[in-house]
Each structure stands twice: as C-alpha cells, then as structure tokens.
Design a protein around this ligand. Structure first.
Ligand SMILES: Nc1ncnc2c1ncn2[C@@H]1O[C@H](COP(=O)(O)OP(=O)(O)O)[C@@H](O)[C@H]1O
Ligand SMILES: [Mg+2]
Length: 223
C-alpha cells in the first residue's frame, strides 16, 4: 500500500492551550478514514494542518510521498445553506472551481463531475432552489473538479437528512472504488462512519487513537 498521509508525534497548541500531542497515524492511498471525537477535540485543527493552513507545534506530517509525486487535495466544508435567491445554476456554481479560462477540456470535466455527483439532470436549475443534499453534492462536484487524490469532508453531512447523507456517502464509496479516491471524513455520526469508512482516527484526552472502523466501540469511545 502507498501512504498518502503520515503523522509522527504530531502536536498542536494555540497559545498556552494544548489541543493534542503525540498523534500518530497513517492514511493509505485508496482508504476511507473517519475522523471522530467530541466538539473541540481537534478534528478541524488536524484538517487545517493537512491542508497547510496551520503549522504543527511538534512532530511532522508527510503529505504524499515525494516518490509518487505531488498530490491534490479536495475539500468539502460543513454544510452551509445557500440563499434561496442565489442566482447561479448548479453548473455555474461547480465551474467556480475552474480557472478563469474555461476551455473545452474544462467544460468536459465539469460535465463529468456533474455526472459523478448525479447532478446532470438538474445542472441548469438554480442552486438556491436545490435541496440540502443537492447543494452539498454541488460542493462535492466543485471539490472533484481538479481531480484530487484525496478528498476531505469536514462534517459535510451535518444537518442533512438521512437519505441525503446516504446518497452522498454512497457516491463517495463509488468514487473510492472506481478511482481509488482517498477519503477523509469528519463526523459525529458513528453509524454512518461504520457503514462507509474503513479506518478511524479518534480524538480524545488530548491525543488520538486509531483503528479499524468495525472495532470502534461506543462503550469505550465517547463521542
Ligand atoms: N485559530 C484558533 N485559535 C485558538 N484556538 C483555536 C483555534 N482553532 C481551534 N481552536 C481551539 O482548538 C480546539 C480544537 O478545535 P477544533 O479542531 O476546531 O475542534 P473540532 O473540529 O474537533 O470540533 C478547541 O478548543 C478550539 O477552541
Ligand atoms: Mg470541527
């Protein structure tokens, strides 16, 4: 297996407030990892370190092995509702992730990601009128546009209804199977993580433990 991310003795603090220390884990290419833990335990902080918007206090993080060349990361944020009057179509919203110069190749890529996120039929509808699940799939489509190796979803299903959650996670399963897309998914929904992720990184007591999702035990791991 190829490692796509490796953390060694990773530690982070803000001022004199420690968030976590001695965090060790490996994320393999093509794996599906849930990041779990109570609010404030450090999940988003880890994601920001992975995305290079925060620098760790101690330890190190390897993102993509140099031997395998640089890799690209796509990011889907926590669901933010889009105003009913938002004027762009779903297609135009997805295109916002593309460079200014929209050539034929990019148009084809937009069509491809709309297809992968099951938005083709409603691509010309206004995003503001779409359902929560459709809006979140539009964010996913935007994140997929640049052909990432790794996609990170930070509480991206919070506030979606159960059917929309299942639809989004099933799409991710398919992308994982067909394109070996590596998935990192932060959530409080343990059942959803159990159904769709393979591994976990669990933040508690100022550090993180890891394991196989099927062994994650709510009696032991408080979320
Ligand atoms: N930019 C920041 N400045 C100071 N403290 C922060 C900052 N970002 C996060 N924190 C603190 O770090 C801790 C972990 O936050 P976070 O990673 O957002 O938690 P989670 O995503 O698990 O809910 C919290 O106590 C939070 O208040
Ligand atoms: Mg968070």
């Amino acid at each position: 297996m190829t490692e796509i991310i490796k953390a060694k003795d990773l530690g982070m603090s803000f001022g004199d407030q420690d968030v976590f220390e001695n965090v060790n884990f490996t994320i393999e290419k093509g794996s599906k990892t849930a990041i779990l833990g109570e609010n404030g335990s450090g999940k988003t902080t880890l994601i920001r370190i992975i995305m290079n918007t925060l620098y760790p206090k101690s330890g190190w993080l390897m993102i993509c092995d140099k031997e395998n060349g640089p890799c690209k990361i796509g990011y889907v944020p926590q669901f933010r509702d889009i105003d009913h009057d938002f004027p762009l179509s779903i297609r135009s919203f997805v295109e916002l992730g593309a460079p200014m110069f929209k050539n034929a190749e990019y148009k084809a890529r937009v069509a491809e990601v709309l297809d992968k996120t099951e938005l083709t039929e409603i691509a010309d509808y206004r995003l503001g009128r779409a359902s929560g699940g459709q809006k979140q799939r539009a964010y996913l489509a935007q994140a997929l546009l640049d052909n990432p190796d790794l996609i990170i979803l930070d509480e991206a299903t919070a506030s979606l209804d159960p059917v929309a959650k299942e639809t989004l996670l099933s799409l991710l399963d398919r992308l994982n199977e067909t394109e070996k897309l590596t998935i990192v998914f932060t959530t409080h929904d343990i059942e959803l993580a159990r159904a769709h992720m393979n591994e976990y990184i669990f933040f508690a007591n100022g550090t993180a433990t890891t394991g196989s999702m099927k062994d994650f035990d709510l009696g032991v791991h408080h979320v």
